[in-house]
Design a protein around this ligand. Structure first.
Ligand code: APR
Length: 394
């Protein structure tokens, strides 16, 4: 079987690439190890930056998002028992869109498979890449129904299979560099069946550790609690979680948090990596396959979409116009935004985790950094631009 492009992984990156290819009638197939239902319900990220929404809209992929997403214009920091509202839309004229990743994935699968007639194969097993450093790469997998191996011959492979995929492992160590950073903190990620307790995102910066609150829908709220890396979620019974959330997000004049059953409880270790370059022969990595940013600054889905726009457009230009400039510049263009977002994520990590670091000096400087956002318009504007993701600087 022959295809021009094989896309590995049906997350935001792979599905966006697939949709861009289908819109230009480029022959492709998407391979995904999980089921359709699984990828459409898996709880993941939820923040999409305005430039990324526009990028989806330009490619005909934002109808449901624009009808259903919440548009946020401010967030609130809580520290020293006080509330500090940060109105980023007033500073920049831009907004954040809150749209859970499973909804975006559902929209993208429907558009790709049901509207644009794209070929997508769920539940495939044992995906392997071969000869990607030649001009005749192949991808093989086991068909779940027959148990048989299939081989797809192609011109390009888009490796969009996330942090635990197989594409990245195809690249020999000598041909790439993987840079890693570990923040040495964990976040207990919680989903509560409880209405949000604020009209905006809340960040609690507290000597016991960071706490976060984000609306996910009228009846569902995401909470985060800083914890030791590798901590066992069993160490966090219901009562302890709510006591810590009340403590760390408490502030004078703040309404009490709405409690509810916790339907998800996972510990995420805060770490990052970047693969450079993101290209090996005919294999192009995109999204988490190429770089991971800890969810500290909610950048992951945005970087995945940025890659997908660049890569999808570049593949289309190559196939339809014989223009290779996009493919040649892909890795460089992606990594500029990746490194910028990694830097901001580290800056924000110091603010969130400094007060609970056990180091009184770092606690002092990180609180000073936070207070500066509320005393200097220049500092606040610079922060707001990075928080929302630069629109045009790349
Ligand atoms: N073969 C095929 N598919 C695979 C394989 C494999 N060997 N391994 C993993 N996958 C699939 C996963 O099941 C998943 O559906 O690849 C997809 C990768 O999707 P994501 O992990 O969502 O990654 P990406 O599209 O890069 O989007 C990044 O995910 O983790 C969040 O915060 C992150 O929002 C960001 C987004």
């Amino acid at each position: 079987e022959r295809r021009t492009v094989v896309v590995i992984g049906a997350g935001p990156a792979g599905l966006t690439v697939g949709n861009i290819l289908r819109a230009a009638a480029v022959d492709c197939v998407v391979l995904e190890t999980e089921s359709r239902e699984f990828v459409e319900t898996r709880p993941r990220a939820g923040v999409i930056e305005e430039w990324a929404v526009r990028g989806l809209e330009q490619r005909g992929l934002a109808d449901a998002l624009l009808a259903g997403a919440q548009v946020h214009s401010a967030c609130e920091f809580r520290f020293d028992s006080e509330r500090f509202r940060f109105d980023y839309a007033a500073l920049t004229g831009r907004h954040h869109y809150i749209y859970p990743q499973p909804l975006l994935v559902t929209d993208l699968v429907r558009e790709y498979a049901d509207v644009r007639g794209g070929d997508i194969r769920f539940g495939v097993r044992d995906v392997r890449l071969h000869d990607v450093d030649s001009d005749r790469p192949t991808v093989s997998y086991t068909d779940p129904a027959t148990g048989r191996r299939h081989v797809l011959h192609c011109a390009f492979v888009a490796g969009c299979d996330g942090a635990r995929g197989v594409s990245r492992d195809t690249v020999p160590d000598a041909r790439t560099r993987m840079s890693r950073q570990d923040y040495g903190v964990g976040w207990l990620a919680l989903l509560a069946q409880a209405p949000p307790s604020s009209d905006c995102v809340l960040f609690g910066v507290h000597p016991d550790g960071f706490a976060g609150h984000m609306a996910r829908g009228p009846e569902v709220t995401r909470y985060y609690l800083q914890c030791p890396p590798g901590d066992d979620p069993q160490n966090w019974p219901h009562d302890r979680i709510w006591a810590e959330l009340h403590e760390r997000l408490g502030a004078e004049g703040a309404p009490p948090l709405n409690e509810g059953p916790l339907v998800e409880k996972r510990v995420l270790d805060m770490h990052n990596y970047v693969v450079e370059p993101m290209v090996f022969g005919r294999l192009f990595l995109a999204g988490d396959a190429g770089h991971l940013t800890a969810p500290i600054a909610a950048k992951g889905m945005n970087l995945a979409l940025h890659d997908a726009f660049l890569l999808g457009d570049a593949l289309v230009a190559h196939v339809t116009e014989d223009d290779d400039s996009g493919l040649d510049g892909y890795s460089h263009a992606s990594l500029r935004r990746v490194w910028d977002y990694q830097e901001f994520s580290g800056f924000l990590s110091d603010i969130y985790h400094g007060t609970a670091s056990g180091d009184p000096f770092l606690a002092g400087t990180s609180l000073a950094r936070l207070r500066r956002l509320f005393t200097s318009t220049a500092a606040a504007t610079a922060f707001a631009e990075q928080y929302l993701g630069a629109a045009a600087a790349f």
